[in-house]
Design a protein around this ligand. Structure first.
Ligand code: NAD
Ligand code: MG
Length: 391
């Protein structure tokens, strides 16, 4: 029987890779919903080709354009953030959460609340509200499958193992675009330079986050939230080839590494077919031809985001939501050329300090409303910090 699937963030990099796998076996899937934002042509094209029930854009003002693009196809059109959450609660067997940013949280929760397996690429929602997502999955008797390559790798290395025998988890980082730049040049890094990754082809935001290591910082928190290991058990290792995605170290000293080409279709396909493994159209590594894997310790002066992630985990509670919102806002500021590259970390640091100082005004019970409230306040504080830095 065909499996009912929905893809949230279908027009993005993860979304398109997911559709690539689904389109290779169209009879196996019954596509319920595809969602996107500004790229109406792509959204409509895919929705028609895959015969989705509904296509949804996040932008209400684009509903007419979407309707026009879908005219005569039989695919329903909808728009707005609440329409995205509504379509995530339509019955499905598997939902890919590949929206970028905290905007993925409410739809992810809606999917879990109707008992759907959630393939989670949207790491921001785990950073903002990991406990809420995991508790919701447990309450509704469903599961979250990690799609971030490192977390898929950890998940695979843990199959058949007892988490109690894990000593440490090592996630690797390519080091991004500025790994080897002189530190004093980072303030001159341009948007174009920050938007090009040495190994992975990804959305612009995560590519810049890779250069600043905010992506790895988010992934440390993601590892802590998802696998319930302590911050001290999580290490980052710079590995320029991006072929070992993560390693799990056990109490007998063994390290289990997950090795594969830098192609997100592996992690996506693993989550799509779980608990089976099926053939995937990814390159088979020729290790003899590759010859060498390199490793280095991460430099926390170059990448202050790693320290900020540790401070965020230590503070706990809603601090992840502050960290994520500050990071997203700082990234907006860099993309808008209001602040320079190293100033993104300063803005996050200022925001964390300011939110700690105003602690007590926030209801720290982790509900969706409270998380969104903290997100809102932190964005405001981060905008003020950008203004201060820019001024
Ligand atoms: P992308 O920018 O290429 O795509 C983002 C998608 O989200 C698009 O479909 C866009 O239309 C949609 N979107 C953007 N803003 C939205 C909003 N406010 N409301 C609803 N939808 C919105 O991003 P990506 O690289 O595909 O990343 C998606 C998620 O997966 C991110 O959380 C990212 O961190 C994570 N991730 C990506 C990769 C990768 O290789 N690209 C790897 C690991 C994890
Ligand atoms: Mg990753």
């Amino acid at each position: 029987m065909a499996r009912r699937v929905s893809i949230l963030g279908a027009t993005g990099s993860i979304g398109q890779n997911t559709l690539d796998l689904i389109a290779r076996a169209p009879d196996d899937y019954d596509v319920v919903a595809l969602t996107g934002a500004g790229n109406i042509a792509q959204l409509a094209k895919d929705a028609i080709a895959l015969r989705a029930d509904v296509a949804v854009t996040a932008h209400e003002n684009l509903l007419d354009d979407l309707r026009a693009a879908l005219a005569g196809s039989g695919v329903e059109a909808a728009a707005g953030t609440s329409a995205i959450t509504e379509c995530a609660s339509r019955p499905a067997d598997w939902i890919m959460s590949a929206i970028v940013g905290a905007a993925g949280l409410a739809p992810g929760l809606a999917a879990l609340e109707q008992g759907t397996t959630l393939a989670l690429a949207n790491k921001e929602s785990l950073v903002c509200a990991g406990k809420l997502l995991l508790d919701t999955a447990q309450k509704y008797g469903t599961r979250i499958l990690p799609v971030d390559s490192e977390h898929s790798a950890i998940f695979q290395a843990l199959i058949g193992e007892d988490i109690a025998s894990v000593e440490r988890i090592i996630i690797t980082a390519s080091g991004g675009a500025f790994r080897d730049w002189p530190l004093e040049k980072l303030a001159e890094a341009t948007l174009d330079q920050a938007s090009s990754h040495p190994n992975w082809d990804m959305g612009q935001r995560i590519t810049i986050d890779s250069a600043s290591m905010f992506n790895k910082a988010m992934e440390i928190i993601e590892t802590h939230e998802f696998f319930h290991v302590s911050p001290e058990q999580i290490e980052v290792l710079v590995h320029p080839q991006s072929m070992i995605h993560a390693l799990v170290g056990f109490n007998d000293g063994a390290l289990m590494a997950h090795v594969g080409p830098p192609d997100m279709r592996h992690a996506i396909g693993f989550a799509l077919h779980h608990p089976e493994r099926k053939h995937l159209p990814v390159e088979r590594l020729d290790l003899a031809a590759i010859g060498t894997f390199e490793f280095r310790a991460p430099d926390e002066v170059r990448w202050p985001a790693l320290r900020l992630a540790r401070e965020t985990m230590q503070a706990g509670g809603m601090t992840g939501a502050v960290f994520n919102a500050a990071k997203e806002t700082a990234l907006d500021g860099f993309i808008a050329r209001q602040i320079n590259f190293p100033q993104m970390a300063h803005v996050v640091e200022d925001t964390l300090a300011q939110m700690f100082a105003s602690d007590g005004h926030i209801d720290a019970t982790m509900t969706l409303d409270n998380v969104l409230q903290v997100d809102h306040l932190a964005r405001k504080a981060a905008k003020a910090a950008i203004h201060k830095r820019a001024g």
